[in-house]
Design a binder for this molecule. Structure first.
Ligand code: TRP
Length: 327
């Protein structure tokens, strides 16, 4: 029996090469080895202010992006979170088994609340319980996530262990699968902060659907330094970030890359990086444009995914309900 992988991604607009390298590319790689379930977590997306029309569009955008990146419906089940009602239903039961203090420690909530003081809602606070529900419903073995989600996964494990102990065996205890590289691609304009899709700075992030021209220009403007050698030195943050991007897009080894750029300047380095990104993204963009408006095809993939996983979620939910005395 293959181990089961579950992961989720929010349908919040454009995704960056950081999201691609840190999450989606890894999913594509994992899907052949594991029984894989991937979810577009639109219910999580309404914890921040949404435009209903845009949210609907962006949910389909994300489905098409995932497919274009290589998520293969033959290997993976892909579905939309709000299509399976047991997600919020189980999160209610989990809520009643998460001490307030444990939830109050979540650093992502504190971050988001600080950045958006006008919309600190209960759902934003409770976000990790819904995420725990996503994971636990499917008896997940492994959860590929970025470093920033580790604390949420720890909370998921805690609530599952506590529930199993207090009410009887119900949930598998999931393990995080933290991507080593790619998880921390930094902003091109500011290599001390993680590349973020919500930054408003023009040359901060490269998006998956950027044109070749935009990619070239953004890389050209990326922060470097006044040294001359091109080597992987984590202290030289700008150049290090660029080299990591090159490494991830070309799959070349660090030695190979350093040799390639001996006696070269940043101009050549930047040109090669842009070329590497463009040649990876072009076929993805082409496929995206081809399928994005094939609504019947997208709906068919999503239906197939949902039909496959819904019974797993329902059986876990039914068990949890019985164990706490809700039937
Ligand atoms: N919170 C995750 C993020 O922002 C997205 C997510 C929601 C998720 N549910 C999940 C990730 C379940 C893994 C498993 O990246």
């Amino acid at each position: 029996m293959k181990q089961r992988v579950f992961s989720g991604i929010q349908p919040t607009g454009k995704i960056t090469i950081g999201n691609y390298l840190g999450a989606v590319k890894n999913w594509v790689y994992l899907q052949e080895k594991y029984d894989s379930i991937f979810c577009v977590v639109n219910s999580h997306a309404i914890t921040t202010k949404q435009d209903p029309y845009l949210l609907r569009e962006q949910t389909y955008d994300m489905v098409a992006i995932l497919l274009a990146c290589g998520i293969d419906p033959k290997h993976s089940s892909l579905f939309i979170q709000s299509e399976i009602d047991t997600h919020p239903a189980l999160s209610w039961i989990l809520n009643c088994n998460i001490p307030m203090g444990e939830m109050e420690r979540m650093t992502q909530f504190k971050d988001k609340a600080q950045k958006n003081p006008k919309n600190i809602n209960v759902g934003l606070f409770d976000y990790p319980a819904l995420m725990a529900s996503d994971i636990l419903l499917y008896q997940t073995d492994l959860v590929p996530v970025g470093e920033d989600q580790k604390q949420h996964l720890e909370l998921t494990r805690n609530v599952a262990q506590r529930f199993n102990r207090d009410f009887g065996e119900c949930f598998k205890i999931p393990e995080p699968l933290i991507a080593k590289s790619g998880a921390r691609i930094m902003g091109l304009d500011d290599p001390t902060s993680k590349m973020s899709k919500s930054s408003t700075a023009q040359n901060h992030a490269i998006f998956l659907l950027d044109t070749p021209k935009e990619i070239e220009q953004k890389i050209k403007k990326a922060t470097t330094d006044s040294h001359s050698s091109i080597v992987f030195d984590p202290d030289r943050k700008g150049v290090y970030n660029l080299l990591c991007i090159y490494e991830l897009f070309t799959q070349k080894s660090r030695e190979e890359i350093e040799t390639e750029f001996i006696d070269q300047g940043y101009g050549v380095l930047k040109k090669r990086i842009a070329e590497a990104i463009i040649s990876t993204l072009s076929p993805i963009q082409e496929e995206y444009l081809k399928i994005r408006h094939q609504i019947d095809y997208l709906a068919e993939v999503l239906n197939q995914g949902r039909e496959k996983v819904q019974p797993i979620a329902e059986s876990t939910y039914k068990k949890a309900k019985e164990l706490v005395g809700l039937i």
